[in-house]
Ligand binder design. Structure first.
Ligand SMILES: Cc1cc2nc3c(=O)[nH]c(=O)nc-3n(C[C@H](O)[C@H](O)[C@H](O)COP(=O)(O)O)c2cc1C
Length: 439
């Protein structure tokens, strides 16, 4: 029986660093002369990934410059720790205009806006992209972001309870125009049938909304929903709503546990296991030979500053790591905030890591496993991870941009296709079509 096909997505940030803090300083990024602030770069990336038949390009998004490490903004600014970070949403329609098939995903937090705004924005993007938009629903990572919206950071459970209601309101608004509501009867003078457009009259714990939405019903089933939280409540949220989950699991046993748990939840929520795909983050470093790939890994990793790693990790944990010695074994710490990234505190084989190691890994790749070697080696490593975990695919994070994305598409994708592990063409045209194309 043929093995199921992998799904591939390209990780992006609308800024100078993605997962790698070395990216903006990398000689290949500098030599390209095609800076992160040029919108044409993102159209180019979308075209390259579409040529590679990727499921989607995907933007993370944070709304802050972090002061968590040492209480000062200086470490984050010096090291460009995912700062600056411009809004990715306007880029989606810009990239859509340059492509026809590839999915276009971006992160949009539900913790600061009203669901009416989100429902309208994502319905419009779904319409503009003809069903290629994907909304990564997050609940906000730390106090830096809450402070920018004049709020206190709410506890995780409350954030997710609010997120559930947020999605319910969006769904009601998306359904507030029945199928066939737009009749466009020019002769009779009727644009929409008033019987087929409804108020929603939502009165909940967190939100009130009258409706209807002033965007017509989607012809594509609405935007794909993506998700990236891994707490119990985060997994429940994924199980109910997500078409795909972005996960970072360098430790294989942890990846398998997460995979099985989310699929169990999806089935318990009345959906089919294949309706929610898990995409595991990886950072490939390709070389013509193993020696060249190892050199490129060393060149990249040496450009990662420890201070930057500590700053980005502190921000992601919402915990000032300047308070801990660098040789702390992170898995031994009991502070609640330090539990969120337990899976990053071990190597792929399970070895316990010190704060210095975790911070450097975080600066290199935010904990994504680096896969290093020739195109055939990288394909071997992707296959091994996929087969050990059970599926479903990968979020590819480059070490320089542009350049690394092109190498992956031109060298690794054909290798995966030759092995029958990745699609040779799209079977459909929407984001959800791609995520459901398994053979
Ligand atoms: C792999 C991964 C990527 C994430 N990316 C973002 C992001 O781009 N923006 C954001 O605000 N939060 C992001 N988050 C935060 C989560 O969506 C979530 O709000 C947070 O992790 C708290 O939920 P949890 O305890 O369920 O993980 C990410 C989380 C994970 C695990």
């Amino acid at each position: 029986m043929p093995k199921p096909l992998m799904h591939l997505a390209q990780f992006l940030v609308h800024g100078p660093t993605y997962h790698s803090l070395a990216m903006w300083r990398h000689p290949k990024t500098a030599a390209a002369g095609f800076d992160w602030s040029r919108p044409e770069l993102y159209q180019h990336i979308a075209r390259v990934c579409e040529r590679g038949k990727f499921d989607m390009v995907f933007f993370a998004d944070l709304n802050y410059v972090s002061d968590t490490f040492t209480g000062s903004l200086a470490p984050a600014l010096r090291n460009a720790t995912q700062a600056p970070e411009h809004d990715p949403i306007p880029l989606l329609s810009f990239m859509a205009a340059a492509t026809t098939h590839i999915g276009l995903g971006a992160t949009y937090s539900v913790s600061h806006q009203h669901p009416f705004h989100a429902a309208r924005l994502w319905a419009t993007l779904d319409h503009l992209t003809r069903g290629r938009a994907g909304w990564n629903v997050v609940t906000t990572l730390n106090h830096n972001q809450s402070a920018n919206y004049g709020e206190e950071m709410r506890p995780t459970d409350e954030r997710y309870d609010r997120a559930h209601e947020f999605m319910e309101v969006c769904r009601k608004l998306w359904a507030s125009w029945d199928e066939g509501a737009v009749v466009m009867d020019r002769a009779g003078g009727v644009f929409a049938d008033p019987e087929k457009v409804h108020r929603i009259e939502h009165e909940g714990r967190f939100f009130r909304s009258r409706g209807p939405l002033n965007v017509v019903r989607s012809a594509y089933g609405g935007p794909a929903i993506l998700q990236a939280g891994t707490s119990g409540k985060g997994r429940d949220f994924a199980a109910r709503y997500a078409d795909a989950v972005f996960a970072i699991q360098p430790y294989l046993a942890g990846a398998r546990e997460l995979y099985e748990d989310i699929k169990r939840g999806v089935v318990a929520a009345g959906r089919r296991p294949q309706d929610c795909k898990l995409l595991f983050g990886v950072q490939p470093i390709v070389g013509a030979s193993r020696a060249e790939a190892a050199e490129r890994q060393a060149e990249h990793n040496e450009l990662v500053p420890l201070e930057g790693g500590l700053a980005i990790l502190s921000g992601h944990l919402d915990f000032d790591l300047a308070t801990l010695p660098l040789d702390t074994i992170m898995a031994h710490r009991t502070e609640p905030k330090l539990q969120r990234m337990q899976t990053r505190y071990r190597s792929m084989t399970g070895e316990l890591l010190t704060l210095r190691q975790v911070a450097l890994n975080h600066g290199q790749s935010v904990g994504l496993p680096q896969m290093v070697g020739t195109p055939a080696d990288i394909a071997d490593q992707l296959e091994a991870y996929f087969d050990a975990v059970g599926g479903d695919g990968f979020m590819i994070s480059p070490i320089h941009s542009p350049g690394a994305i092109e190498e992956f598409v031109d060298l690794v994708v054909p290798e995966l296709q030759r092995r029958g592990r990745f699609r040779r063409d799209y079977a459909g045209t929407t984001q959800r079509d791609h995520l459901l194309q398994d053979t």
